[in-house]
Design a protein around this ligand. Structure first.
Ligand SMILES: Cc1cc2nc3c(=O)[nH]c(=O)nc-3n(C[C@H](O)[C@H](O)[C@H](O)COP(=O)(O)O)c2cc1C
Length: 387
């Protein structure tokens, strides 16, 4: 058993274990991948203030996100096809999150269905919606999420059309994989993954197949997205969906201060500063650079959450200190899942928790509530001077 001390350790094991098609799906951004890279590298520009001789006894990373208690403010982000990274992946990740005491968000494009995840967990999870052209489908899936006691709706606003990720097209990404010569040659080297996958029936988009009418090919994310995702989604529709849902609402994919104000006007419970992990608009600002301006614009009106590029507890701490009330990890938990299943997700959360707790202490703070801009050294031009 290897000694795992970082998220990068998990990524390396995951890269060996998962089929190339699914590893590439996770580990890529759109077009030149500039935003995907910046999301991670821009964290390094921020440094920390070392403080000493502060009583560190009785520290805690506990906090709340949209009024819900969390062991640390780090939720699992919605990630499509998670059940292809490891058999029954959404169930495994949801269970790990539940045991750790952090929220799990189920993607519309999951392999395990809402009902399946609900049946294998005991606490409410969050459901992420991609708005579809088919309003009946949307009404039914919202009802299904309510019936499954989902405690928040995460409405994703930055994917009305799909950003192009070259590798997915070249690999012929689909769920389950289509048996081409190239794919079969790669799968033959991934026997651990394959054996687990043979043991489950969950190999299709569980929220879609059998629920959406007139779907020509639900195995191809790219085709299906082009066919079904609603390009006409606007703020009026967001308001209507808020009414239709009637519960806690988190608007995900905000990167612009003007959009943040619109989202706050809608009356969302939280917004997520996010560029979809650099998978949509390549060339957009990294999430961490966009965060301070958005906190200044709407931080007193709506809870500001953050995702994009988090690979350590130090990254979490930096986002919190810049004003985020909560954060999400996408790839960091997928690396764990693909490497070691449920135990790997738990390990990813443990690594991040340890890093967050230790860094908090060495910066002289005992609680999440006490984290503020004062513990950071931020370059004067960090947000950039853009014309
Ligand atoms: C493989 C993958 C699939 C994703 N699928 C979804 C999705 O179905 N719905 C969604 O709202 N966001 C999706 N995202 C975006 C994540 O929710 C999140 O915004 C992003 O992963 C954060 O960046 P990070 O991976 O650097 O933590 C996906 C991200 C990845 C990496």
């Amino acid at each position: 058993m290897p000694v795992i001390t970082t998220i990068e350790d998990l990524r390396r094991i995951y890269a060996r274990r998962a089929p190339r098609m699914f590893y590439d799906y996770c580990e890529s951004g759109s077009w030149t991948e500039q935003t995907f890279r910046d999301n991670v590298s821009d964290f390094a520009g921020i440094r920390l203030r070392q403080r000493v001789a502060v009583d560190m006894e009785g520290r805690s990373t506990a906090s709340t996100m949209i009024g819900q208690d969390v062991a640390m403010p780090v939720a699992l982000a919605p990630v499509g096809l998670t059940g292809m990274q490891s058999a029954d992946g959404e169930i495994k990740a949801a269970r790990a999150a539940e045991k750790f005491g952090v929220p799990f968000t189920l993607s519309t494009m999951s392999i395990c269905s809402i009902e399946d995840v609900a049946a294998h967990t005991t606490k409410p999870f969050w459901f992420q919606l991609y708005v579809m052209r088919d309003e009946d489908f949307v009404a039914r899936i919202l009802q299904r999420a309510k019936d499954a006691r989902c405690s928040a709706l995460v409405l994703t606003l930055d994917l009305q059309i799909l950003g192009q990720r070259h590798k997915d097209l070249k690999n012929g990404l689909s769920a389950p994989p289509k048996p081409t010569l190239r794919t079969m040659a790669n799968l033959a080297t991934k026997w651990g993954w394959g054996l687990e996958m043979l043991g489950t029936k969950r190999r299709f988009f569980g929220n879609i197949v059998g629920h959406a009418k007139g779907v020509s090919d639900a195995s191809s994310l790219t085709d299906w997205t082009a066919e079904q995702f609603d390009p006409s989604l606007d703020w009026d529709k967001v308001r209507r969906l808020k009414e239709q849902w009637g519960g806690k609402l988190i608007l995900k994919g905000i990167l612009d201060e003007e959009d943040a104000r619109r989202a706050a006007d809608v009356g969302a419970d939280a917004i997520v500063v996010s560029n979809h992990g650099g998978r949509q608009l390549d060339g957009a600002l990294s999430s961490i650079r966009a965060l301070p301006g958005i906190v200044r614009a709407v931080g007193d009106q709506v809870e500001v959450h953050f995702d994009g590029g988090i690979r350590s507890g130090q990254d979490v701490l930096k986002a919190l200190a810049l004003g985020a009330k909560g954060t999400y990890i996408g790839r960091a938990f997928v690396y764990g899942l693909g490497a070691m299943g449920e135990a790997g997700v738990t390990r990813a959360l443990e690594v991040i928790h340890k890093e967050l707790d230790t860094t908090m202490a060495l910066c002289g703070r005992k609680s999440v509530a006490a984290l503020d801009r004062d513990i950071l050294l931020v370059p004067e031009d960090f947000e950039g001077r853009w014309a």
